[in-house]
Design a protein around this ligand. Structure first.
Ligand code: PMV
Length: 287
């Protein structure tokens, strides 16, 4: 069973303070396959690891999957294999994607017929229990496979916004590894004196984006990026990619917590432009 990844289009960081964020699912996915086996064995193909349940419990790389299996209280053994197109720890929801794909696969294999609502709830619970704290953004966007408006951990569907964004190509540039964790970046922001004014500006941009056409959305992405830079969560590398994408007529901004990671680029890039961006990033995906 597959599960997609996600990007935050507008409003990251501000959402932590009760403002609005918009997220959309992306076409890079995790695949989980389950088949009958005499013992419970888990394979992480990307990491070239294959362990029995008891061994896997001691390895951090398996903790989301272990927690999902434990929560579903499934009894019979099986062989579960995970592979993913999503780069890890860069704001694309790779952990949530693994959790949702695992729960979907278990639900199918054991005929549990879990509805989407239940998969979203269970996935969020897994993230919370593993991480200690987690917003619903990743698990809900990925479980429902729909764009969401999120505010105070409540959500509503924004299909029109997703349709508008999807009129153009969406690229994800994985620029560089993150130097800091999400929690540390949230702390950087909390220490910014002018954060409330910046959040208010981000909120205006986010609200305007919801009812804008795609050309205006591109401009608003650039504005949101500037404000994230002001908050102290951008990097030279991210700014360089955003500048280049802007020069090519696209909308662009960092996505997620920042401190490295990914830039989303909205608009058409010709071969030459793609090559120029590819030269300064780790990878460029069409999502
Ligand atoms: O980069 P990510 O996927 O960890 O996103 C973080 C987004 C924040 O707004 C900074 C935090 C949050 O929980 O919404």
């Amino acid at each position: 069973m597959k599960a997609k990844g996600k990007v935050i289009f507008f409003g990251e960081h501000a959402v932590v303070y009760g403002y609005t964020a918009l997220s959309i699912p992306i076409n890079l996915s995790t695949n989980v396959n389950i088949k009958k086996n005499d013992n419970l064995v888990i394979e992480l193909k990307n990491l070239n690891k294959k362990l029995g349940f008891e061994e896997a419990k001691k390895d951090n790389d398996f903790r989301y999957i272990i927690k999902a299996i434990e929560l579903l209280k499934v009894k019979e053994p099986f062989f579960l294999s995970v592979s993913s197109e999503l780069p890890v720890s860069c704001g694309l929801g790779s952990s949530a994607s693994v959790v949702v794909a695992t729960i979907r696969a278990l639900s199918k294999f054991f005929n549990l017929n879990l509805p989407k609502e239940e998969i979203a709830k269970l996935s969020h619970r897994v993230e919370r229990e593993v991480q200690g704290k987690a917003s619903i953004t990743d698990t809900y966007t990925i479980s429902y496979e729909r764009a969401l408006k999120i505010r105070n951990n409540e959500f509503s569907f924004i299909d029109e916004f997703e349709k508008t964004v999807r009129e153009e190509k969406l690229y994800i540039a994985y620029v560089e590894e993150r130097e800091m964790k999400t929690a540390d970046l949230i702390k950087v922001v909390s220490e910014k004196e002018e954060k409330e004014e910046i959040f208010k500006e981000i909120e205006e941009i986010t609200r305007e984006a919801l009812s804008s056409d795609v050309e205006r959305i591109k401009e608003l992405m650039l504005e949101n990026h500037k404000l994230l830079d002001k908050l102290g969560v951008s990097t030279k590398g991210l700014n360089r990619v955003v500048r280049l994408a802007k020069k090519f007529g696209c909308g662009a901004k960092l996505t997620g917590a920042g401190g490295g990671g990914c830039v989303i680029i909205l608009g058409d890039l010709n071969e030459e432009e793609k090559e120029l961006i590819e030269k300064i990033v780790k990878s460029l995906y069409l999502a």
